[in-house]
Design a protein around this ligand. Structure first.
Ligand code: FES
Length: 96
């Protein structure tokens, strides 16, 4: 049995000027939705899972994600993905 790689995405993250509600409009939720949509097009999906997560404890530096792979370190990332959040924001029509 193959243990999958996991990409955890905090769906609670929001950039400072975003409203708390509705939660599905937060940057993290939009990032998650965008990744899931793109994931469907990835050629090498097997053994990889994208998981929504409520909080990854990097709230001050959205959007939080973590990558876990079998027999490897687990990496938590945050500021690095701010660009993705901006991308998601701009493609959602709410960006400037
Ligand atoms: S709210 Fe996203 S890491 Fe805490």
């Amino acid at each position: 049995m193959t243990v999958p790689h996991h990409l955890f995405v905090c769906t609670s993250c929001r950039v400072s000027d975003e409203a708390r509600e509705p939660r599905d409009r937060r940057a993290g939720a939009r990032l998650f939705a965008h990744l899931v949509e793109q994931f469907a097009k990835w050629a090498k999906r097997e053994g990889f899972v994208i998981v929504a997560y409520d909080c990854l404890s990097v709230c001050a530096h959205p959007c939080g994600v973590a990558l876990r792979a079998p027999v490897k370190f687990t990496y938590g990332l945050s500021v690095l993905l701010l660009g993705f959040a901006i991308l998601v924001r701009s493609t959602s029509g709410s960006g400037s």
